[in-house]
Ligand binder design. Structure first.
Ligand SMILES: [Zn+2]
Length: 145
């Protein structure tokens, strides 16, 4: 089994001249203790959906929210006990075809996979108590909660 971990990056002000506008909080995705790629950040909604059912999910996206910039998609198979990433592809704005990320296939224990996502969601809530609004990545890019 592989292990999944979401690591919060240092919060970034939405507007450096006006810190009261809130912060952006992004997560790096680590598998077995290492970032799987440099650059794109976790799309928490897509990753959360991948914990429930099989499909193809854009699990990492450019921090600007545009999957046309930089995206990693996972072909996911959800079973009763496990979440399998059968294939990982990275695409960017170079116009070249997507390239495989060579660590797949990966197999995660479903409850640990869910716990990693829930832990990240809890981290967001902790920040919301301090500073609001906050921007995290959703299905169509950064959004305010
Ligand atoms: Zn971008």
């Amino acid at each position: 089994m592989n292990t999944l971990k979401l690591v919060a990056e240092k919060p970034v002000p939405l507007d450096s001249e006006n810190p009261k506008k809130g912060i952006s909080l992004f997560f790096k995705l680590q598998v077995d203790g290492a970032n799987i790629v440099d650059g794109p950040v976790v799309d928490l909604k897509a990753l959360g959906q991948s914990a429930d059912r099989s499909g193809v999910y854009a699990v990492l996206v450019c921090s600007c929210g545009d999957p046309g910039c930089d995206v990693v998609t996972a072909e996911v198979e959800a079973t009763a006990q496990t979440i399998q990433w059968k294939r990982l592809l990275r695409a960017d704005d170079s116009g070249r075809p997507p390239k495989p990320v060579n660590i797949a296939p990966l197999v995660f224990e479903k409850s640990a996979y869910r716990a990693a996502i829930e832990n990240a969601m809890k981290g967001i809530q902790d920040h919301q108590n301090r500073i609001a609004p906050i921007s995290v990545l959703g299905p169509t890019g950064p959004y305010l909660q």
